[in-house]
Design a protein around this ligand. Structure first.
Ligand code: NAP
Length: 303
């Protein structure tokens, strides 16, 4: 039986794994696809202390993974299902086999929020995307539109501005939520144009995106903006589908924890973007992971 099963291989899960394996725990990390979580979609990370060379998220994730592996963390790739947190031990199915663990760290992260507007579902993958670093290259020398005004939207706009002829940023207010350094850089970029106080009402096109219908929230005016690609960056939702009926969630759907990262179920911890946290950064996810692993080891009585 494992001391600790970590579900999710983003910065939180990998940090928890590093701390647990160095602490002598019998631990395994379970990751659906590839390590890194949301950061693999980030083209440059320049606010993780000590890493000033501004790596892309994929490169930083690879460093995290290598670091944990150096200390012997075992990572299993595949899908977790039938998670049962009620008993002691905790149990789940992984690639058809039952896994038992004294404690579980939930580090399942978050996924992009959708807008729920006409054309969004149909045109996803045909001009509508949620990942600029994954799909930006399709719009080389063309026009792209980013929806949102937070760090993700503005990082995406800066990335796309290097590839695209023209980038529009559509934001529902006239002030950005993004940090000043990103906001100022975007405002100083010639081929980024802001469309303020506007919300998308529909994505246009048959089989392929041709534009976005916008409504100005101040004037009420409706207009169509022609664009080859749209990148939706309106926030994230915690990924809790595996366990949402079994533990206490905050109103926004994230997992409630105490200061030890322990959830409402004894022996079950949560770390990173899935957790109810006021700041979602790589550094805070890593810190959550370290705390969760430390108290999971205590709960599993690892010596
Ligand atoms: P976010 O900070 O929640 O920003 C979401 C943006 O989308 C806001 O500007 C919001 O407008 C807008 N929005 C929300 N719902 C909308 C809707 N239905 N229609 C139109 N616009 C809508 O999300 P995020 O940018 O993905 O960032 C998530 C977390 O990751 C944050 O903590 C962020 O700091 C962090 N992050 C950090 C970095 C970095 O440090 N480099 C990079 C990426 C992400 P309002 O402003 O009006 O609410």
């Amino acid at each position: 039986m494992l001391d600790i099963a970590i579900i999710g291989g983003g910065p939180a899960g990998l940090s928890a794994g590093l701390y647990a394996v160095r602490g002598g725990a019998n631990v395994r990390l379970y990751e659906e696809m590839f390590a890194g979580g949301q950061i693999v979609k980030t083209h440059r990370i320049d606010n993780y202390p000590g890493v000033s060379d501004g790596p892309d998220g994929y490169a930083l994730a690879a460093r995290f993974e290598e670091h944990a592996a150096q200390f012997g963390l075992s990572i299993a790739y595949g899908s977790v299902s039938d998670l049962d947190l009620s008993g002691d031990p905790k149990r789940f199915t992984f690639n058809g086999e039952t896994v038992e663990a004294k404690t579980v760290i939930l580090a399942t992260g978050a996924q992009p929020k959708t807008l729920g507007i006409a054309g969004e579902k149909e045109l996803t993958g045909h001009g509508v995307s949620y990942c600029a670093t994954c799909d930006g290259a399709f719009y080389k020398n063309r026009t792209a539109t980013v929806i949102g005004g937070g760090d993700t939207a503005i990082s995406d706009a800066l990335y796309l501005a290097k590839l695209c002829k023209q980038v529009y940023v559509v934001h529902r207010r006239d002030e950005l939520r993004a940090s000043a350094i990103l906001a100022n850089a975007a405002k100083a970029t010639e081929n980024i144009t802001f469309v303020w106080n506007s919300v998308p009402e529909a994505f246009l096109g048959e089989g392929k995106l041709s534009g976005v219908r916008l409504k100005n929230r101040v004037t009420g005016e409706v207009s169509d903006l022609a664009t080859d690609g749209v990148f939706v960056a309106v926030g994230i939702v915690p990924r809790t589908e595996l366990f949402r009926e079994q533990i206490a969630l905050a109103e926004n759907g994230s997992v409630m924890t105490d200061e030890h990262m322990e959830t409402s179920v004894a022996g079950v911890f949560a770390a990173g973007d899935v957790r109810n946290t006021p700041l979602r950064q790589v550094v805070t996810a890593c810190a959550d992971g370290a705390i969760a692993a430390t108290y999971a080891m205590e709960a599993a009585r690892v010596k």
